[in-house]
Design a binder for this molecule. Structure first.
Ligand code: SF4
Ligand code: MG
Length: 330
């Protein structure tokens, strides 16, 4: 498939300062050399524990945070350093749906005004035409047009997320970044919202970068899945391939910790122990070496890059090196 979004060598580092002199005592490696692509009409799931840098990737893609280095290309155009004005047409093509639908909705605006606002701001519709287009957006996400006059607090959590999705649809985006869009919802509601997202993609053909810590949710919606650990992608593959044949020790541990969500997976040895290390001055070499049950001496020194292990399956592990091209964008 043709790539819509291409991210290459993305890093986002923050200085950590301490003391009266605010001396720099460390660097947060929030995102540490991440490369991936999302095809037209494709859903790429980005999964990892909280604090692994998923949301920073999302915000960098949308240019809500400035990356320290690396490149973001949308439809072949490098948008990494575009000015606010030059970025404006691209803002229309990229939308985001956040985790907490209540926090991202203005409580003093009606649902109709919230959903129609992007159309009004971009001067695409006003008056009766704006109302008609907003009503259509409500119908597309399974809400009734008469609910346009209600305020956010009058909706359930699932309905509020539908309002956010309708607003994201308003400008006809090519890419929707979903940052944990169902994590705050009841499990019974999660599937409804996920199925709505899938239906909308079938109708409109846009792409999703879908971020979650829940593997079952990612498995349901994604075509391909990328696994992040401490600011890096450690594995990326087609969904079925990843769940059937996880190659990175961290992915294997993740899958082993949720066997019910994943009946396809072989029985795998669970993660040995230990907490995720701090992203402030992360471990040298392979960042997973402090928890990996296969760690070798050289894992503390050599940093494995993503290598193709066959048919689009990429792994960053020294046990898998030498089997592929180190410079392809997965
Ligand atoms: Fe484990 Fe070494 Fe592979 Fe890292 S490179 S996942 S420490 S075996
Ligand atoms: Mg997050």
């Amino acid at each position: 498939t043709e790539a819509l979004l291409e991210v290459t060598d993305l890093t986002k580092h923050y200085p950590v300062r301490a003391g009266v002199l605010r001396r720099q005592v460390g660097t947060v490696h929030a995102v540490d050399g991440v490369s991936f692509s999302v095809g037209v009409g494709e859903t790429l799931g980005l999964v990892g524990e909280s604090g692994c840098g998923k949301s920073t990737v999302a915000r960098s893609v949308l240019r809500l945070v400035e990356p320290t280095s690396g490149h973001i290309r949308l439809g072949g155009e490098d948008i990494t350093h575009l000015s606010k004005t030059a970025l404006r047409p691209h803002r229309r093509s990229m939308q985001i749906v956040f985790q907490d639908p209540f926090a991202s909705l203005n409580p003093r605006m009606t649902a109709g005004d919230i959903v129609g606002e992007p159309l009004a701001v971009h001067g695409l519709a006003s008056g009766k035409a704006l109302e008609a287009r907003t009503a259509k957006l409500f119908e597309q996400v399974g809400l009734r047009p008469d609910q346009m006059r209600s305020f956010p607090h009058q909706f359930s959590g699932g309905q509020r997320q539908r309002i956010c999705i309708a607003r994201a649809l308003a400008l006809g985006p090519r890419l929707i970044v979903c940052d944990e869009p169902v994590s705050a919802l009841d499990v019974s509601i999660q599937a409804q919202v996920i199925n709505l997202l899938i239906d909308l993609q079938r109708q409109h053909g846009f792409s999703y970068l879908f971020i979650a810590h829940d593997l079952a949710v990612v498995a349901h919606i994604s075509h391909r899945v990328a696994v992040m650990y401490l600011g890096r992608i450690v594995e990326i593959a087609d969904k079925d391939e990843l769940f059937r044949n996880p190659r990175h020790p961290y992915t294997q541990a993740l899958l082993a910790s949720v066997p019910i969500a994943n009946p396809l997976a072989k029985k795998l040895t669970p993660l040995v122990d230990g907490d995720v290390p701090s992203p402030v001055n992360p471990p040298s070499g392979c960042a997973f070496h402090t928890r990996c049950r296969f760690a070798m001496e050289r894992c503390k020194i050599e940093r494995p890059g993503l290598m193709e292990a066959g048919d689009g399956h990429h792994v960053a592990c020294l046990l898998n090196e030498g089997t592929g091209r180190p410079n392809s964008i997965p």
